[in-house]
Design a protein around this ligand. Structure first.
Ligand code: GTB
Length: 221
């Protein structure tokens, strides 16, 4: 009997989001839960992330990373894609539908996420700058432009292209980062789309796992 393949992902030792599931390991956890594959986590401190041992896994000194047998990956999108390629449930079998689902994965990280990261950068790192108050509405409007377009495309559908896919998984995790801003609520169909993603049992399991880690750390266990 062959031993099951072990998978290890790296996650924040102390997540700054306090267990809200906003760090990018959440995408990987969710994908693994969707396809029913077990995984272990290795906790990494902010200091250790920049050390050579971790940089050997992740050239940019970040989380998440993914180890599976002899394979080491970084970039949450690439990790989710790898999982989706090797297990049923996250990408359709039909080649064209599969290509479209992959397109949505790229759209999530390449078109929707950049202005959202911009917002988080100015809110958390540039708040003291003289131009902060003037720039904030511009950044909000750039996000609104993208959300408006995405909202039109989604329309009344449950998911972006037929059945739930890795494209939706990536898009929901990207949009979730906006919740605190209130911008998502301006687009009721997108807010409902995100809520549908969060309601999936696999999402719930992934969320509970990262929250349990935060709770255990907070109580000193
Ligand atoms: N493109 C890479 C990917 O998709 O994997 C980006 C990876 C990345 O940004 N990782 C972040 C990291 O390691 C954690 S997720 N940061 C530490 C560093 O760069 O030194 C980003 C993140 C962090 C915190 C919150 N939060 O507190 O809400 C949300 C998201």
């Amino acid at each position: 009997m062959t031993a099951p393949l072990s998978r290890i992902i790296t996650v924040f030792e102390r997540s700054p989001d306090r267990g809200n599931g906003l760090a990018r390991d959440m995408r990987v956890r969710w994908a693994l839960e969707e396809v029913g594959q077990p995984y272990e986590v290795r906790l990494v401190s902010f200091g250790a992330m920049k050390e050579p041992t971790h940089r050997a896994l992740h050239p940019f000194g970040q989380i998440p990373t993914y180890e599976e047998g002899g394979l080491v990956l970084f970039e949450s999108g690439a990790i989710v894609f790898h999982i989706a390629e090797h297990h049923k449930g996250l990408l359709p079998d039909d080649p064209n539908a599969r290509a479209r689902a992959i397109t949505w994965m790229f759209a999530a990280v390449n078109t929707i996420e950049p202005p959202i990261i911009d917002l988080q950068t100015i809110r958390f790192q540039e708040r003291d700058q003289s131009w902060y108050e003037a720039r904030l509405p511009m950044v909000h409007d750039r996000i609104r432009d993208r959300l408006g377009e995405l909202s039109i495309r989604l329309g009344n559908a449950d998911w972006l292209d037929g059945a739930f896919s890795a494209g939706d998984l990536m898009m929901v995790t990207v949009l979730l980062r906006l919740r605190a801003s209130g911008l998502l609520d301006e687009y009721p169909n997108l807010a409902a789309y995100v809520a549908r993603g969060e309601a999936r049992p696999a999402y719930q399991r992934a969320f509970a796992a990262q929250l349990a880690l935060f709770t255990a750390q907070s109580s000193g266990n």
